[in-house]
Ligand binder design. Sequence first.
Ligand code: UT7
Length: 325
Amino acid sequence: MYRSIIRGIGSHLPQNRLTNADIEKMVDTSDAWITSRTGISERRIASPGEATSNFATEAAKKAMDQAGISAEDIEMVIVATETPDYLFPPVAVIVQHRLGLNKAGVMDIHATCAGFITALQTADQYIRSGMYQNILVIGADTLSRFTDYTDRSTCILFADGAGALVVSRSETEDIGIIHTATHANGEHVQSLLIPSGGSLDPFNPSKEQKTTMYMDGPKIFKLAVSVMSETAKEVLDKSGYSVDQVNFLIPHQANQRIIDAVAKNMDVPQEKVISNIKYVGNNSSATIPIAIDANMKAGKIKKGDTLLLVAFGAGLIWGGALIKI
Ligand code: UT7
């Protein structure tokens, strides 16, 4: 039986910083409100000319360097994103070309902020089945391009960036991806969406349209806490792990109060909860791999640690994974 291991990890954030002080100049808000209600102080935002593929490529390069893997050994590129450079083709084919991964197949996975977990699950299945040995899994998003900077309920949260993993085949049983779960409930489609610019209501400059996101924040907040807590418990149950055996809980970095509420529901003490939302914001599919990478570099997460990952996003779509890194 094959197991999937994390052979390399990397991340990339755009240079451009958008601070709470900058947002105070755009909408009626304050640093104190944003900090206390979200935990965010600043976010990284794409500069003109930058897009999701730029961040994805940079993160992937670092993950491949760390893995010590050559381009010809990557057999599949999976990019989780809800903000591709183009409606088509996918971001994965741009990354594949830029990195010279000529033997790799490609796909984008669009599962909103749960995209990274869904991509990890997909890669794990390819590896467990014996089909592939080395897969690049990337979570990358550029939400700033779909954020209305006159809407104070959304512009405080969202950000850009990418994180990437090289996921490889192993025959060692006690490391790597232990269990993954994904779920969805389309009843909540209208609670968080970009209403126009897709095939239902294509972009039309002569029409009044909303091509930035609409969000019912309080509704999404409650759903997020409940589905992430349930899924974290499900993943532990199905893996036969107790919460005490987990070194770190890493929830999708959507709002510090959501992170805290999930940790409380799970009885996970604060020192075992990973949060880097303060300086990074919510960059959707990228939050979890960026958080893992940053905390491994800082020496907080160590090789061999057991990590419980949980995410949710528009749809609603949600999922979790237990991994021994
Ligand atoms: O990747 C996942 C996607 N989304 C999420 O995870 C978002 C989940 N939701 C949230 O994070 C929170 O709901 C928000 C941060 C969006 C909003 O925080 P909240 O504590 O749920 O505030 P609220 O929407 O219940 O609004 C409370 C008050 C309202 O004023 P009134 O009606 O009580 O006078 C809002 O107008 O806060 C006001 N408000 C603000 N005030 C200052 C909303 N946004 C702001 C703001 N600055 N930026």
